[in-house]
Design a protein around this ligand. Structure first.
Ligand code: HEM
Length: 222
């Protein structure tokens, strides 16, 4: 007998929560693009973006598409009922946007003259996160090509979780700065690292639950 279906509205808070998480960095990104578009005066804070806008524009546009489309891509009911839409969005929007976010993040880490607190450990972490995000998306695509849907979902959840670190960092950095004051390089590294670690932990928890749910029917049959 099929398991009873949960009411459809239960899934929408997931998408709303994910979009909310991406809201602050997305709004910040929209302001940055506006500043570049109107040729705002250069300051210490925006010089690197004004002098070399391509990577940051690619990054922000990619991040907007990735975070919004991705939020709906993970809704189980929508994915099952709208398989063609899921495939189309994944192939033509989510994968290119995710690759653009990660590659432009790596590009900016390599070429931008970032503030001193973002050099060293923060830069190394950004290389690791950007590299892992690229690898996870490629692994997710490879998994769906061999029709391993469980592995596909797991890799895509991991990639999305890393990207959404930008949203969680608003909480980990934003919440701690009033307590610890202007961060030094180590504190900044801990604030950003905490955002990524929280997301990795949540992603692995979701994947473990999916794995358990996947095994349940087989155990019942056995
Ligand atoms: C959906 C996810 C993401 C969003 C919404 C996002 C958003 C942004 C925004 C708005 C900026 C511009 C900051 C400014 O104008 O001051 C930015 C910069 C940057 N992001 Fe992301 N980002 C995301 C994911 C990532 C990932 C995964 C990496 C890892 C490589 C990354 C690395 C960077 C770097 C290196 C910069 C330049 C920082 C600087 O020069 O100060 N981002 N991001």
């Amino acid at each position: 007998m099929n398991a009873p279906q949960r009411p459809a509205r239960r899934e929408w808070p997931i998408a709303a929560g994910l979009i909310l998480l991406a809201l602050v960095p997305s709004v910040a990104g929209a302001f940055r693009i506006g500043e570049i578009a109107v040729g705002a005066p250069e300051t210490d804070a925006n010089a690197r973006f004004m002098q070399m806008p391509l990577p940051v524009v690619l990054h922000i546009v990619g991040a907007l598409v990735y975070s919004i489309v991705g939020a709906f891509q993970f809704l189980p009911r929508l994915r099952r009922r709208r398989t063609r839409r899921h495939r189309f969005a994944g192939r033509y929007l989510l994968v290119p946007a995710g690759l653009a976010v990660a590659a432009s993040g790596l590009w900016m880490t390599a070429v931008y003259d970032t503030p001193a607190i973002a050099d060293g450990a923060v830069a190394v972490t950004r290389y690791v996160v950007g590299g892992l995000m690229l690898a996870f998306i490629v692994l997710g695509v490879a998994a769906v090509r061999r029709r391993d849907f469980f592995a596909h979902g797991s890799w895509m959840i991991r990639a999305y979780a890393l990207a959404m670190g930008a949203g969680t960092q608003v909480l980990t950095a934003g919440a701690s700065t009033p307590i610890v004051g202007e961060p030094d390089a180590f504190t900044h590294f801990v604030q950003l690292g905490a955002g990524w670690l929280v997301n990795i932990a949540v992603a692995e928890w979701i994947i473990a639950r999916r794995r358990a749910a996947e095994r349940r029917p087989a155990m019942v049959a056995a």
